[in-house]
Design a protein around this ligand. Sequence first.
Ligand SMILES: O=C(O)c1ccccc1NCC(=O)[C@H](O)[C@H](O)COP(=O)(O)O
Length: 242
Amino acid sequence: MRSILDAARERPGGDARVSVEARSFPDAVSATEADGRVPIIAEVKPTSPTTDGVREDDPVELAQEMVAGGATALSVLTEPEHFGGSTESLSRIREAVDVPVLRKDFILREEQLDAVESDLVLLIARFVGDDLEPLVAAARDRGFQPLVEVHTREELTAALAAGADIVGINNRDLGKLEVDLGTVETLAPEVPDDVLLVAESGIHTPADVRRMREAGADALLVGTAIMDGNVRQNTRRLTTST
Ligand SMILES: O=C(O)c1ccccc1NCC(=O)[C@H](O)[C@H](O)COP(=O)(O)O
């Protein structure tokens, strides 16, 4: 994790402050529910520290296949050194689809919000510490919908205190890189009803989807299980697992 954070500290911000007209994620979740599908955020994740190899396909084609498979939103890695992502891929994807797009990166400073436009932006409570509340405000000032990611009870408390209304509970411990779906089951009861809850990481099968939904997740963020093989079929298998 240290090398990911070292690289993140060195990454510059944008040239100018961005102003985004975001596609509403809560509205997209409601529309998916009304359509009888499971709200899935499908992740364009070319590689990662816990994945073998790199997926070299055009990220725009992958994204379009995910939407064709019923994805409610997309998550696009923009971290270049460990995840094979780029801000350019995100911009191209956002132009090519009409669903909300989450920028998945390790944002540590306000000016890094200005690197690229997206609909949602990830803020990881573990890494931003006391800067969480000002970063949530800075993201909203630019029009982004902040998705605040937590893994522990303390981080969840901090996220709610910072005013987060979209919270992701990550089943992956970013220190040990171990995944336990019990994380969402343990913390979800402490998430207020008016906060949109996203279950993240380690979701592979329709049974995992049902488990996370029964725990209270409004939406699920899935990377590896969708990127491994035919992304349209993989997405469809999860969005239809009611
Ligand atoms: O995925 C990794 O290997 C990873 C390693 C170190 C820090 C973060 C990492 N992943 C970030 C994520 O949150 C996941 O990409 C996302 O939740 C999807 O997880 P999965 O469905 O298990 O690929």
